[in-house]
Design a binder for this molecule. Structure first.
Ligand code: ATP
Length: 879
């Protein structure tokens, strides 16, 4: 006999593979698994060391705007202005430090958020199924696979039922590969080892079980990608648009600077040195050096706030897209409803029963009329309940006193029902062990199991099961419909004499089954979903339910949740009959799409998008992946969703809750607003200063503010006053506005106008102060100090105006604001006082102390600006 331990696992029989890994079909004991974990280490791939801090810091300087500043500093130095050069360099350095710290923080936060959705796997240990983090799988673990799972380790398959794996992650080949358990020749090439399931591949269909032969970096995936580089760029379309804009601004500044230099020297006949310093001042004033960092912070904060509301962002652009969502297409079960099923109505060919009990606790009773009954005394009840118990993969388990389901909640409810009818699951399962199965799939909507004693149990959607049953004189369709109209989820059960050998494929089951009855389940709507639906509708967002459930059930739940006054329902079959234009029309009118398959979801997203709408779509199954990818925001369920769905999604809902989607939309709108606020505030302040210098050179007067002073203003303001805008809370009324159109550009006409208008006001204010001071005969230093302070005061005033884009700022809340704003304000005021009154600052920045009168003028300018800007806001139609 060849040495088993030296033979590769694909060449061993399943039992031999188990032997070499020192495990059994019961799985490892918990103790043994823990020991192996410490011996083999966690089942994770080593992460490539990220960029070193030095490189990350250096990258902060890799920016067109910064290059211009550095160039300016170098030329200033050549011309012998040591002080100016060092202030410019100081600003660049401070800017880089802030960027470095903030980006580091943001990246760490993102990492932590990602870890919230680390994959899990279902394993068999000590003979019981349990879900464990995929990182805790050890060689020898028995891993259960079903459609949508990501294979967590390299497995030698022990059981494969119609198992097909998508191995694209490993081989690049996206056509799923059929798997089975037969041993192969030792030299079979990797891609043909069909009895192996490789780590990182996805289960496209079917079910199976395998024993882990390699974990972590020992897997094939680990071998080909020894290092998983995490390239995390905090980038989104909006930010890209902004950095393109920043580059254009830079180019414009360079051209303007050259022109200005020529003008100053040729027309104004100034010296090179003089002209050059003026031009540097203009360039420095115009460059919004703090903007990129502020936008990154805004975005990162949004991601964090969403995570706090259970919405975990996988793809950063989704943060922005969420704010534009106009339609949310959502599953019903578990998202709008609690997915806590209770079997209540039982209809058999002989009678009607009612089951009572709370949750999944094995207590409660089944009654007929008002009398409590036991399955043992009613054969029809016994057969129905037994079919429900055996054609079932769920287990009930008591955790901290509460009964929970391991598996499908509806199946859990059927186990609880067995207890309530007085049927003990253990002996039932022992007497009729399962020999074969057709696993449930939302495409064929039923499940079948073959048991010892030659019986096949069938359970599934009534129309599917009834199709396979011999008529018995009762209109079961009508009875099922009647239950569904009450909002109950209905399953039909049937028995079939066993075919010879194993079960055929799902489409080849013979007819002539005997109907055992119907069970109606209650799955109440989530109370918070009710409110969330109301919020969504107030925000101009349509909510469309797309479910695999029965139309009548779905329609009743939609009515209870208020998706529409009188929800229109359409089934997948009706949908199939529509061509694209008809579908587009239906998509705008229908609220409930029932008995749909994942392919319908894809068609619906496409139809809604064709109507120009931004679509969010939820999904959990492996077949939902294409629709999730296609949707503007693909949302996967964190708890009940498959790994395949999560990988295709932009966002994962940690709590599977519809209300979390609406919360994320709200945060998405807030982020977008805040990004616009940051831009709206930053650009006019830069523009205003640039205009001041430009005008001064144009008319050939003394500069009202020096380049170094401008740098000071840019730094102090951008950091202390601009950053708090990223922290702005949601404006009241945010969820009462209609969604922003998809095509709306970031720099709308209104925004450009506002930037120009405010920039003009600021330049005007600066000149006003300067002229006044000079007319009073005040020295140049004092006049300039007044201008510096005046600009900062105007920026503070403008900050208050900007904080409420959609309403007036002149309210108490608007003035008091958030702690972040107040802290920024305190910092800015302290800095200005230091600049004005502390001698070292006076020396460095050529400032002079101001008296009461000058101070009052400076403050008055801020008030004037605020009043003018607010007046304009009110006068402007359709603000
Ligand atoms: P949603 O799409 O809102 O989550 P759903 O859970 O009803 O709705 P599916 O899981 O695709 O969607 O189920 C579709 C139908 O298949 C159900 O209405 C039910 O009739 C049947 N069904 C669901 N689960 C099972 C199961 N485990 N065994 C047999 N039949 C099932």
């Amino acid at each position: 006999m060849p040495d088993e331990n030296a033979t590769p696992p694909h060449a061993l029989t399943p039992d031999a593979a188990l032997r070499t890994l020192a495990t059994t079909r019961q799985g490892l004991a918990a103790q043994e698994a823990a020991e192996r974990l410490s011996r083999h280490g966690p089942n994770t791939l080593p992460e490539a060391p990220g960029r070193g801090p030095l490189l990350r810091f250096a990258l902060q300087f890799h920016d067109a705007l910064i290059y211009v500043l550095l160039g300016a500093a170098a030329l200033t130095l050549v011309l012998g202005h040591l002080l100016d050069a060092s202030v410019i360099l100081g600003v660049v350095l401070i800017n880089a430090t802030i960027g470095f710290v903030q980006e580091g923080k943001a990246a760490r936060a993102l990492d932590a958020i990602r870890r919230m959705i680390d994959p899990t796997a279902l394993v068999l240990r000590d003979g019981a199924r349990q879900r464990v983090p995929a990182a805790e799988i050890v060689p020898g673990d028995l891993v259960l696979l079903e459609a949508g799972d990501r294979v967590p380790a390299d497995l030698r398959l022990l059981r494969a039922k119609s198992l097909r794996l998508d191995e694209a992650a490993l081989t690049g080949e996206s056509v799923p590969v059929d798997k089975d358990v037969a041993p192969l020749a030792p030299d079979t090439p990797l891609a043909e080892r069909n009895c192996m399931a490789w780590s990182g591949t996805l289960v496209a269909a079917g079910a199976g079980m395998g024993v882990a032969v390699a974990t972590g970096s020992g897997t094939e995936l680990g071998r080909i990608s020894a290092m998983l580089g995490q390239v995390d760029v905090l980038q989104t379309p909006l930010l890209r648009q902004m950095s393109r804009f920043a580059r254009q601004v830079t180019a414009a500044i360079l051209v303007l600077s050259a022109a200005l230099l020529a003008f100053a020297m040729l027309v104004r006949a100034q010296t090179l040195d003089e002209s050059f310093m003026a031009v540097v001042g203009m360039a420095v004033a115009a460059i919004p050096e703090g903007l990129p960092a502020m936008l990154t912070i805004t975005l990162a904060l949004g991601v964090r706030r969403m995570a706090a509301r259970h919405a975990i962002i996988r793809q950063l652009p989704a943060v922005e897209t969420l704010g534009a969502v106009a339609v949310i297409c959502t599953d019903k079960t578990g998202t709008l409803t609690r997915n806590e099923m209770v079997a209540t109505s039982l209809l058999t060919p002989r009678g009607e029963y009612t089951a009572a009990g709370t949750g999944y606790a094995p207590t409660g009773e089944v009654t007929q009329g008002n009398a409590s009954v036991l399955a043992a005394d009613h054969h029809d009840l016994l057969e129905l309940v037994r079919a429900g118990l055996l054609c079932n993969d769920a287990e009930l388990r008591q955790v901290d006193g509460a009964w929970r389901v391991e598996g499908d909640p509806m199946e859990g409810a059927l186990v609880a029902l067995a207890h309530r009818a007085g049927l003990d699951p253990e002996p039932e399962r022992a007497v009729r062990p399962r020999l074969d199965e057709i696993p449930f799939d939302s495409a064929h909507r039923f499940m079948a199991t073959l048991h010892k004693g030659s019986v096949v149990y069938l359970k599934g959607a009534p129309e599917r099961v009834l199709d396979l049953c011999a008529p018995d004189g009762t209109d079961w369709h009508a009875r099922a419909e009647a239950l569904a109209t009450r909002g109950q989820r209905v399953l039909a059960f049937a028995a079939l004499p066993a075919p010879a050998g194993s079960l055929p494929g799902p489409d080849a089951l013979p007819g002539g089954a005997r109907l055992l009855g119907l069970v109606g389940f209650i799955d109440p709507p989530r109370p918070e979903a009710l409110e969330a639906v109301r919020d969504a509708r107030a925000a101009g967002i349509r909510v469309v339910m797309i479910t695999g459930d029965h139309a009548a059930t779905a329609r009743e739940i939609a009515r209870q949740l208020g998706l529409a006054e009188d929800p229109v329902a359409m089934t997948g079959r009706e949908l199939d009959a529509l061509d694209e234009p008809a579908l587009r029309e239906a998509a705008s009118r229908v609220t409930v799409f029932a008995r749909t398959t994942p392919e319908h979801k894809l068609r619906l997203v496409t139809a809604l998008q064709a109507a120009g709408l931004t679509v969010a779509m939820t999904g959990d199954g492996v077949n939902d992946a294409p629709a999730l990818k296609r949707a503007d925001v693909g949302i996967a369920m964190g708890a009940k969703g498959t790994e395949a769905a999560k990988q295709a999604a932009d966002m994962v809902l940690a709590d599977d809750n519809f209300a979390s989607i609406v919360a994320a939309v709200r945060e998405g709108r807030t982020v977008y607003d805040n990004i616009r606020k940051v831009i709206r505030w930053t650009l006019p302040t830069n523009g205003g200063q640039a205009m001041t210098i430009l005008a001064a050179i144009a008319v050939g007067m003394t500069l009202p503010i020096t380049p170094v002073q401008i740098l000071w203003v840019n730094m102090v303001c951008a950091v202390a006053l601009g950053t708090p805008l990223a922290f702005e809370p949601t404006e009241p009324g945010t969820m009462r506005r209609p969604p922003r159109p998809r095509s709306e550009p970031l720099l709308t006409g209104e925004l450009v106008w506002r930037i120009a208008f405010t920039a003009l006001l600021m330049a005007g204010g600066a000149f006003g102060i300067f002229f006044w001071a000079r007319a009073q005969g005040l020295p140049l230093e004092v006049a300039r100090t007044m201008v510096v302070n005046g600009i900062v005061v105007m920026q503070i005033a403008y900050l208050f105006s900007v904080r409420y884009v959609h309403g007036t700022s002149l309210t108490w809340v608007g003035v008091v604001g958030t702690p972040a704003v107040l802290a920024g304000l305190a910092a800015a005021i302290t800095a200005q006082l230091a600049l004005t009154y502390l001698p070292p600052f006076q020396l460095l920045f050529e400032t002079a102390p101001l008296g009461w009168r000058e101070g009052a003028i400076v403050l008055g300018m801020g008030v004037v600006l605020l009043l003018v800007v607010e007046a304009e806001k009110r006068l402007r139609p359709g603000r």
